[in-house]
Design a protein around this ligand. Structure first.
Ligand SMILES: Nc1ncnc2c1ncn2[C@@H]1O[C@H](COP(=O)(O)OP(=O)(O)OP(=O)(O)O)[C@@H](O)[C@H]1O
Ligand SMILES: [Mg+2]
Length: 341
């Protein structure tokens, strides 16, 4: 029935888990028509894992949208004279070597004009621009790996922006749920990092990555309880009556992570003259019981786990709906990658 409609797979190749969500869109609807995820423990195992996952998922399309992240991607905030989007990229390219730690010829550059803190922010003729630079070699390797698998990479983004796109899609399918003018922080906590995107009216005002994540929690449990990382990982995911012990073991690491994220909020609030009003958590680590409460105490802001599939239709004959619902917070980046393309 959905045959003629446009489908795309958002493929989130995380450090510890690969997530793929196929979104099929027509004029009226956004439908999840496929979903799969698979844990992957080493970089070497990644390509085979993607092949396995794509086979298991029985997607209708080979078109994939992915992201690069980590050390090879840098974000910089720069001020520039007001200008149109087309001129902006040219101007950024000319000046990029002032801001980034790589040779300009070696990077793919993207620039996004940021939502100003107030409508008259551009008074002085200045605008704030977020510059994103990713190493060309990394983007090329990434695309080649996918092409070798018979996939068709159509877009390469970054996790933080994908989160923003997932949020925008949520706004589209749940009209009225997001109050206009509100400033929200989306925080996706994976295995190695937390990606932060602060949005106002669906526009990115600020994005950053903090290099702490679920791996650090697992390591803390292993150290504290004297168990192997594998066992610590299992305890973290399903702690049953040992929940108290697990939470105690991760308390310090969680606090460090929360404080780091909070520093980003402070930076944003000082530099951009806005206030983060609520925080929405996603990523596999958001599945940790009581994360909301722990972070709410640190942030002193309303903090909730976000379900990015809320309001989306699901084609149940090709999707494990129970797993999809249970793991939904972990899928925000994959959904956003699909939504943007
Ligand atoms: N039920 C759970 N409770 C707590 N943590 C969990 C649970 N399920 C998964 N995790 C953790 O979530 C992390 C994986 O989440 P996610 O898939 O978002 O990360 P990733 O995308 O692979 O990593 P990154 O974004 O850092 O590259 C792992 O550290 C895993 O231990
Ligand atoms: Mg991730």
């Amino acid at each position: 029935m959905l045959k003629q409609r446009k489908s795309i797979v958002g493929l989130d190749i995380g450090t510890s888990c690969i997530k793929a969500v196929e979104l099929t869109r027509d004029k009226y609807d956004n439908v999840i028509t496929g979903y799969a995820q698979i844990d992957v423990h080493t970089e070497a195992a990644r390509q085979d894992a993607i092949a396995e996952l794509m086979q298991a998922a029985k997607f209708r399309t080979k078109r994939v949208a992915t992201a690069v992240s980590g050390k090879n991607v840098v974000f910089r905030y720069i001020s520039m004279p007001e200008m149109g989007e087309d001129k902006m990229l040219q101007a950024v390219r000319l000046e990029a070597d002032k801001y980034i730690p790589f040779d300009v010829d070696d990077v793919e550059l993207d620039a996004q004009k940021l939502s100003g803190p107030a409508p008259d922010a551009g008074k002085g003729g200045e605008m704030k621009v977020l510059l994103v630079a990713a190493k060309k070699a990394v983007v090329a390797d990434h695309s080649m790996m996918l092409t070798e698998l018979g996939l068709q990479p159509v877009a390469v983004g970054v996790d933080g922006f994908a989160l923003g796109n997932a949020w925008e899609l949520g706004d589209l399918v749940n009209p009225g749920i997001q109050e206009p003018g509100r400033t929200v922080a989306l925080v996706d906590i994976g295995a190695t990092k937390a990606s932060i995107n602060i949005l106002r009216d669906n526009l990115t005002c600020f994005a950053r990555e903090v290099p702490i994540g679920g791996h650090d929690l697992t390591n803390a449990i292993a150290r504290r309880l004297g168990v192997e990382p594998q066992q610590a990982e299992e305890m973290k995911r399903d702690s049953g009556d040992q929940l108290g012990i697990v939470l105690e073991a991760v308390a310090q690491t969680l606090e460090d992570l929360g404080n780091e994220i909070n520093l980003s909020f402070d930076f944003f609030e000082n530099q951009f003259d806005g206030e983060v009003q609520e925080v929405w958590l996603t990523g596999g680590t958001a599945l940790l019981p009581s994360l909301e409460e722990s972070f709410e105490k640190i942030f002193e802001k309303r903090t909730k786990t976000w379900n990015p599939i809320e309001g989306l239709k699901v084609k149940a004959d090709n999707v494990d709906v129970e797993a999809l619902n249970q793991l939904a917070p972990q899928l925000a980046v994959a959904i956003g990658l699909a939504a943007a393309s």
